[in-house]
Design a protein around this ligand. Structure first.
Ligand code: CO
Length: 132
């Protein structure tokens, strides 16, 4: 099993127009995709080995909409790319960490993703992602 690598930092925004600050820094939007299962429209900006993922809620019932309502816009999650998501999930579960997704769900870029409960990460929402 390879060591996980930082894949992206997810940032909750009211509108993907918020990409402008990162474009002003010289980054460019590489990919825009609506992930219906997560209720978000995402924009990815490559920043070296890792990416920024801007998350705009698609509706009021989206978990990102609820996040913005409660805590305002800002850093929402960090994501590690892993090569065997199931074995990571079963090991974390056996170690007693709370998971939001006990098995992978479809994410952006056709990846299989799973979220750990923020309580497992000292308030940080951690996403694991495996490329298909
Ligand atoms: Co993400």
């Amino acid at each position: 099993m390879n060591k996980p690598t930082l894949d992206h930092i997810g940032i909750a925004v009211k509108s993907l127009d918020s990409a402008r600050i990162y474009e002003a820094l010289g980054l460019t939007i590489d990919h825009v995709e609506t992930v219906t299962t997560q209720g978000v429209r995402t924009a990815f900006l490559s920043a070296g080995d890792a990416n920024l993922e801007l998350l705009e809620p698609t509706g009021a019932d989206s978990t990102v909409a609820k996040f913005i309502e409660k805590r305002g816009e800002g850093i929402h999650h960090i994501c590690f790319r892993v090569d065997d998501i199931e074995s990571h999930l079963s090991r974390l579960k056996s170690l007693g960490y709370r998971l939001i997704n006990e098995s992978p769900v479809p994410g952006a870029h056709g990846c299989r993703v799973a979220f750990l409960h923020p309580a497992a990460g000292n308030g940080v929402l951690i996403e694991l992602s495996e490329k298909s």
